[in-house]
Design a protein around this ligand. Sequence first.
Ligand code: NAD
Ligand code: DAU
Length: 372
Amino acid sequence: MSPATPNASSLLGHRQRILVTGGAGFIGGAVVRRLLSDSDAIVFNLDKMGYASDLTSIEAVLSELPNEGVGRHHLQRVDLSDAAAVEAAVREADPDLVMHLAAESHVDRSISGPGVFIESNVTGTYNLLQAVRAHYERLSGSRQEDFRLHHISTDEVFGSLGAEGRFSETTPYDPRSPYSASKAASDHLVQAWHHTYGLPVVLTNCSNNYGPWQFPEKLIPVVTLKAAAREPIPLYGDGLNVRDWLYVEDHVDALLLAACQGEPGRSYCVGGHGEATNKQVVNRICAELDQLNANNAPHADLITPVTDRPGHDRRYAIDPSRISSELGWQPRHSVEEGLAATVRWYIDHQDWCQQVRARASYSGERLGLTPQ
Ligand code: NAD
Ligand code: DAU
């Protein structure tokens, strides 16, 4: 039997006003949808509406709610690098809980253009921390006691593993790409605001997410769309780099548990025992497409080794013992079932993929080889 879905409403308790940063992105969008459909919370969605943002999935959930969800979702179109705008947005939201997901998130883009990663992930987090700290100090007794800032981070801050071992909360930081260095810096800032100013923070460091509504620039949507179009499937280097894949809804479960029940100042590593080489993942996607479209089988013939990513981390793997034993989190989806569902989703949503790519002036080309 698969583990039960954590109940958002009972986890949130009295916390009714939730500020989600990056709620128009892939994981933030899944958090916002869950908060809207599984609780009565009012969601303030702070997002700069960058190239990877889209509200289609949130609008669909809102349309199913009583009164079409009027008053439940407030988009705050704000860039975190604008301190005054962040201050005003936090005041307007007056949150009981902040879930901070906004970040530039694509490693390849951080290689070509690192500047915006520093502005969004480092300066942006600093601006948010300052605004939230002022807000926290304004809160009265019980609201202050319940308040949390949850910072959502990545396993990439720990660097690159060899064939053995897994990352845990005690692994030393060793980021190696502009993206992971900017995320590591933001983690340190968040911990510093806890230790120095007493801000009640919780951190999570998660492995690679996959699922529906991800902007199609990362491995799983890129491969699915290329294979479906009978285009060469780009496999970086020898294809033996390992990632630890987690279905995005399982990550949302972990985020809600950590945000609401995590211990202030504590961090939690999140990963679903989903290790696979890129070659294995790409072959599974091709096998799934062979079943969906036997006429074009075998799709694996399209796999094409390409120049490796500069500084490519070899292996990530997470030991999720702490979040499992302390907060009762377990993934609900196996990689096999999650991947099959995800491939089918991208095949059924090729119009959406085309639309968001066109809006972002991105057509699936290789990123991260040439500096801008
Ligand atoms: P995403 O790129 O899909 O979405 C990020 C969102 O943040 C976008 O809507 C973007 O507009 C917004 N944003 C970026 N910079 C901003 C700024 N300066 N001001 C306001 N909004 C801004 O990313 P994602 O995959 O949903 O990742 C969300 C978070 O989770 C990130 O912090 C990322 O580091 C972390 N994370 C991602 C993964 C993964 O596999 N995708 C795994 C672990 C952790
Ligand atoms: O580990 C968590 C991280 O996972 C998150 O913090 C990042 O936000 C997220 O983007 C992801 O980073 P990766 O770099 O691991 O994901 P990406 O999908 O870009 O690449 C996964 C692996 O696949 C990586 O080893 C590079 C390889 N790859 C990627 C692409 C886009 C290919 O071989 N071909 C491709 O076309």
